[in-house]
Design a protein around this ligand. Structure first.
Ligand code: HEM
Length: 636
């Protein structure tokens, strides 16, 4: 049953026409709460209800399949014997219970909303003008104590697990207009277009392919295909290759041997090596308990366990630090454990459905009728390169004898440009894993806000999928504006409408900062519809505790649940038979990144970490409550 109302913007009528009466009621509740901006000040449980309503509507209206009839879409999939494939395959095939292709490498990005209906061109306004006047870093702005460089590297580590757009062989050149050319490190730069693939569908004529496996399957360390997987495996006792110093092994050209080496830097490869160690430790544990299991099976079990540990850390540790509020902590723990909490789930298992027992361990995966993929909008809201600083601040960890936390002194500052690619790898091997972890732990990341896009990324030499430098440097800030437009991602206001959020009507609705309002007017005039998504997300007033905007958050929320709920290995097959008894125990006992670091460097965190989460700045005072609301805390 549909509704009509003058309150609903014309662009939303297609969506509203499909709504049931119940959805319509929820729609108005959301608009009411949004308009008065009060929800986040309400207590945790009301916040949770609000998030639940949001998620319900999103699952019905914000999931779209792209290319269902094309050869890179779900149409080519076939049924298969799920019992035969009770492990994560090299290219992500055989996860969906009845279609072997869904979610595999080389399938379409989905969408959370239709491609943009706006008629603004690719150059309106010129991406280099937007980059120079609104994004370019003036002075480094950090996140204070909330988020450190481990957290920043972590999200890159996750992006390289999930998404990457296939490029065309055709190049585009962007030339900075004369008025701003002197402020651009590159007056012009070339890059490859994103490859457009025809879908054969009338509504969505083209789409783009994901060259990584979108499942949460650890492909960042295991690779995205058979060849990649063979490169990283030791083929002994299930293990992965690792260097003698505990860091990644390198080939003769100093390119790291790991699942994904595109655009890598030292912080990113540090996390890869930490989780290779974790994988190998799982293998040792399994070998001890199941001595007869062969190399292949040990590898498969250890991959399942390590991927689940990564997913759990992201859900209940990283996300909570990014969106530091009680509501989110509760929400993310509910995603994993359910409202009844960990203790109940440990005792009785998953017996009460997704709300009470969580998404993990559901009897069947649920894709809400739309084959699983990650989406264009998801890629757009995660473009958070402003998190990156200009330099890495190294700490001296050799001179302490104090058994309690001691502040490590600064020993050296290294420009980020010297920490990327092969040069970064060489430096890392001298620095070593412990010093790098302590240094990154003590360094705050950049804030996701305007005028904080790293200058060094405006003249960046990217690395291709083989870890080799590409010949042409790019201005990443301008390129990212171009990418969203090229891929038909809605601009800010259209994006908000499609998420059932109230659009802005004037710049003052977005921010109170007069300097920002002036700059927005200079670039976009008074046309708020023209505002690019990336700029809007960075300019938006943030909810207290959130390191990102509320508009981005709703895509996060939807996709965070979907990554767990749609995956057979987090639902039907999240059991001792698939993971082994001891493997599942390993996942259940690991809660945070600190647990993993402690496992491999038993004394390090005691000495150098004062805060509660490995993702907040390590000299920050511990969170007294450890950020767990009373009713979710296990009884002592
Ligand atoms: C030294 C660190 C990093 C380097 C050198 C780097 C470089 C790059 C490059 C060259 C691209 C491709 C640009 C294009 O052609 O469109 C890219 C894409 C991307 N990066 Fe980074 N990046 C780094 C860290 C990060 C971090 C910390 C994030 C945080 C969220 C991030 C998120 C993304 C996302 C979401 C994409 C788009 C992927 C896609 O959908 O194709 N990157 N990065």
């Amino acid at each position: 049953m549909g509704i009509t109302s003058s309150y609903v913007h014309p662009q939303l009528q297609h969506l509203v026409a499909k709504m049931t009466l119940f959805d319509t009621f929820l729609f108005y509740v959301i608009h009411f709460v949004d308009k008065f901006g009060a929800w986040h000040r309400l207590p945790v449980l009301i916040g949770l209800c609000y998030m639940g309503i949001r998620r319900h509507l999103r699952q019905r209206y914000n999931l779209m399949e792209v290319g269902s009839g094309s050869k890179s879409g779900s149409a080519t999939g076939r049924t298969y014997d799920t019992k035969e494939f009770c492990y994560r395959t090299a290219d992500g095939k055989c996860n969906h219970p009845s279609n072997h292709v869904i979610g595999s490498r080389g399938t379409f990005f989905g969408r959370n909303m239709p491609p943009s209906a706006s008629n603004y061109g690719l150059m309106d306004p010129h991406p280099s003008v937007v980059a120079t006047k609104l994004l370019a870093r003036k002075k480094f702005i950090d996140t204070g104590e909330q988020f450190n460089m481990i957290a920043t590297s972590w999200i890159q580590f996750m992006i390289h697990d999930w998404i990457d757009h296939l490029e065309d062989t055709q190049q585009v050149e962007l030339r900075a207009p004369h008025e701003i050319a002197s402020a651009c490190p590159l007056k012009s730069f070339k890059f490859f277009k994103t490859k457009r693939i025809s879908t054969g569908e009338p509504d969505m004529k083209f789409g783009f392919l994901n060259t990584r496996t979108p499942w949460w399957d650890g492909s960042v360390i295991y690779g995205n295909n058979e060849e990649g997987m063979r490169r990283v495996r030791a083929f002994k006792e299930g293990k992965l290759r690792i260097g003698g110093d505990g860091l990644l092994e390198h080939d003769e050209k100093w390119i790291p041997i790991s699942g994904d080496v595109r655009n890598c830097w030292a912080g990113f490869s540090l996390l890869q090596s930490l989780f290779v160690r974790e994988h190998n430790a799982v293998c040792d544990m399994l070998k001890e308990h199941y001595p007869d299991v062969d190399d292949e099976k040990l590898y498969r079990y250890a991959r399942l366990v390590t991927s689940a540990v990564i997913a759990k850390i992201h859900t209940i540790d990283w996300t909570v630090e990014l969106l530091k509020t009680d509501t989110l902590l509760a929400g993310m723990r509910v995603n994993w454990y359910g409202l009844l909490g960990k203790r109940f789930k440990d005792l009785f298992g998953h017996i009460c459905g997704p709300v009470l027992s969580g998404l993990v361990g559901l009897r069947r995966p649920n894709d809400h009728g739309v084959p699983y993929s990650l989406t264009e909008e998801f890629s757009s809201v995660y473009k958070m390169h402003s998190l990156l600083p200009d330099k890495v601040i190294l700490r001296d960890i050799t001179n302490s004898t104090n058994p309690n936390y001691e502040f490590p002194l600064v020993s050296q500052e290294v420009p980020m440009t010297e920490m990327t690619g092969k040069e970064g790898e060489r430096r890392m091997s001298k620095i070593g894993m412990e010093q790098m972890l302590v240094s990154m732990g003590h360094q705050a990341s950049g804030a996701v806000t305007l005028w904080n896009y790293p200058s060094w990324m405006r003249n960046l030499i990217p690395h291709d999928i083989n870890g080799e430098e590409v010949p042409d440097p790019v201005d990443m800030a301008a390129l990212e504006i171009y990418r969203d437009r090229e891929r038909g991602v809605a601009r800010y206001n259209e994006f908000r409408r499609n998420l059932l959020m109230v659009p802005i009507t004037k710049w003052e609705d977005l921010t109170d900062d007069y300097e920002v309002i002036e700059a927005l007017s200079e670039v976009y005039g008074e046309d708020v519809e023209k505002l690019d998504l990336l700029v809007g997300l960075q300019a938006e007033k943030k909810i207290k505790g959130f390191a990102i905007s509320e508009s981005a958050f709703f895509i996060f929320l939807l996709i965070a649940s979907r990554r767990l709920e749609a995956d057979r290995f987090f639902t039907t097959n999240f059991n001792p038979k698939t993971y082994t008894e001891k493997g599942l125990e390993w996942v259940n006992k690991t809660e945070t990144l600190k647990d993993v670091i402690d496992r491999h460097f038993p004394d390090m965190t005691a000495k150098w970490m004062r805060c509660s989460s490995a993702f907040s700045v390590w000299n920050a005072p511990p969170d007294k409550t450890n950020y767990i609301p009373l009713y979710l805390r296990p009884a002592t």
